[in-house]
Ligand binder design. Structure first.
Ligand code: NAD
Length: 479
């Protein structure tokens, strides 16, 4: 079994904490990927010091020099997508085709940010004072802490590394512990592409290592993706020490099937959003709201499709959903299902019977006739579970969608332009889709949740550049 190494200042070494972690293939529980210690606070301090030491030289490079490295690393990821995708499938259970696509996409994200090297980093202002050259300019904020979850091992890391690096920041990166070799591979490719030692420092660990990064005053910025309670605590703690935080968090995304929808299309979109990646996307569809007039017709098509989905080995090409990621997630998703069943909510598909042994498999599950206030309609499950909620029409759909603590992504399926426009205007969330799944945003669009789904600048696209940079205004009197 290869060993799991931190990479600090370009040197590889075993993490030195006392807590040990066992990474397991969630589809084959006998397949142990690695057993390794988490990083200690001392490891984190060393990583921060390495990022601090590397900052002046990295900042001093031209953006074009930094871009060359991101371009190359992006090309390496794309060239290795098949191998890295298979590694990801083994480490966290994402079906192979989705995993391969994610690696290629992550490579393109690095290249998207590389292209920013050619764009303006400031503007010239007209001064009211004679003979004053007045301009603005972005500056990197320094070494930053990046904390990422397990559900997109490559692309979420690249959403953060791309903008952080192109703007001249260095980083301490702590990914989720489930996929240590995916994380190492990503850093190895960046270094193969020419990234200097210490510019990105990879530290393996869990909550404690994350908290040590968050609390380190030498990191003026922390970018986090993960659950809402953790993100909220990070945002508060970093603000308290006058740092800045950017947190992408949970969701309870809804897809609304309007009376004027194409029902087959709506069912396809609900299946796609609800069950791809076993529902483990922050933008997964976990509520499907349906106008009562079309509820029987929609339910018949939708449930037929759900019951036909194949669950199993994520390496098999005909499998739609693999396992959930680990024992904790398995227990959590099953507890949500059991709790909703105990409340007397009807199950129309799936449930607690295991669709396959040997891994953390959960059957695609649909609850019907769910009240909007039920826990299964309010709390993030992060698994293959959908609550069908009948509504009286567009107005009720909008108010039900808005009545959760989250605000990430929503979809309306309709052929009615007025309904689509009202939906796009009145639903309180950062991503709106019309006749598209709740999951999936293009890399150049800002992606940020409202309410409990996001704090700070939206990720992706160019809005995030404001998080990784300070603005400096320069007034120069040349009279
Ligand atoms: P999590 O919050 O448990 O962990 C996320 C990361 O934070 C991991 O690296 C973890 O080790 C670290 N961490 C945990 N506790 C910490 C602490 N106290 N201090 C610092 N770091 C800590 O989330 P998860 O279970 O890994 O991921 C699932 C969650 O992520 C879901 O809620 C999902 O909606 C959310 N998510 C959001 C987005 C988005 O862009 N909005 C994308 C993917 C996942």
């Amino acid at each position: 079994m290869p060993s799991v190494r931190n990479t600090i200042g370009g040197r590889h070494g075993e993490p030195s904490g006392e807590q040990r972690y066992r990474a397991i293939n969630p589809a084959k529980l006998g397949d142990v990927i690695a057993e390794y210690p988490f990083s200690s606070t001392g490891d984190i301090d060393q990583a921060v010091e390495a990022a601090r030491a590397a900052f002046p030289a990295w900042r001093g490079r031209t953006a074009a020099q930094r871009a060359e490295i991101l371009m190359k690393a992006g090309a390496l990821l794309q060239a290795q997508a098949a191998t890295l995708g298979a590694l990801m499938t083994r480490e966290m259970g994402k079906p192979l085709a989705e995993a391969v696509a994610e690696v290629g996409y992550a490579g393109r994200v690095l290249q998207f940010y590389a292209a920013e090297a050619q764009r303006p980093i400031g503007e010239v202002l007209a001064s009211g004072r004679p003979d004053v050259h007045y301009y603005t300019q972005r500056e990197p904020i320094g070494p930053v802490g990046l904390i990422t979850p397990w559900n997109f091992p490559f692309s979420i890391a690249c959403w953060k590394l791309g903008p952080a690096l192109i703007t001249g920041n260095t980083a301490v990166w702590k990914p989720a512990p489930h996929h240590p070799f995916c994380s190492q591979a990503l850093l190895d490719y960046l270094m193969d592409a020419g990234l200097p030692d210490g510019v990105v420092n990879l530290v393996h660990g869990g909550a404690e290592a994350g908290a040590a990064i968050v609390g380190n005053h030498a990191l003026p910025g922390i970018a986090f993706t993960g659950s809402t309670p953790v993100g909220q605590a990070i945002f508060r703690s970093v603000s308290d020490r006058l740092g800045r935080a950017q947190c992408e968090m949970g969701g309870k995304n809804g897809l609304y099937v309007h009376a004027a929808a194409d029902l087959a299309r709506a069912a396809g979109l609900a299946v796609e959003g609800g069950f791809r990646s076993a529902g483990q996307k922050c933008t997964a569809t976990s509520r499907v709201l349906v106008d009562r007039a079309i509820l029987p017709a929609f339910s018949e098509i939708f449930l037929d499709r759900v019951n036909a989905l194949k669950v199993g080995d994520p390496l098999a090409p005909d499998v739609f959903l693999g396992p959930v990621v680990d024992d904790r997630q398995f227990a959590k998703v099953r507890a949500h299902i059991a709790q909703a069943a105990d409340e007397g909510i009807a199950i129309a598909a799936g449930g607690l019977n295991r669709p396959q042994d040997g891994g953390y498999f959960v059957a695609p599950t649909v609850f019907t006739d769910v009240a909007p206030t039920a826990r299964i309609a309010q709390e993030e499950v992060f698994g293959p579970v959908v609550a069908l909620i009948p509504v009286a029409g567009l107005d009720e759909a909008i108010s039900v969608l808005n009545a959760t603590e989250y605000g990430l992504s929503s979809t309306i399926v309709t052929n009615d332009l007025r309904a689509a426009q009202r939906f796009a205007r009145d639903v309180e969330c950062g991503v709106i889709n019309v006749n598209l799944p709740t999951a999936g945003v293009e890399m150049h669009a800002p992606f940020g949740g409202w309410k409990g789904s996001g704090l700070g600048a939206p990720e992706q696209g160019l809005k995030i550049m404001d998080f990784y940079t300070h603005w400096r205004s320069v007034a120069m009197n040349f009279s």
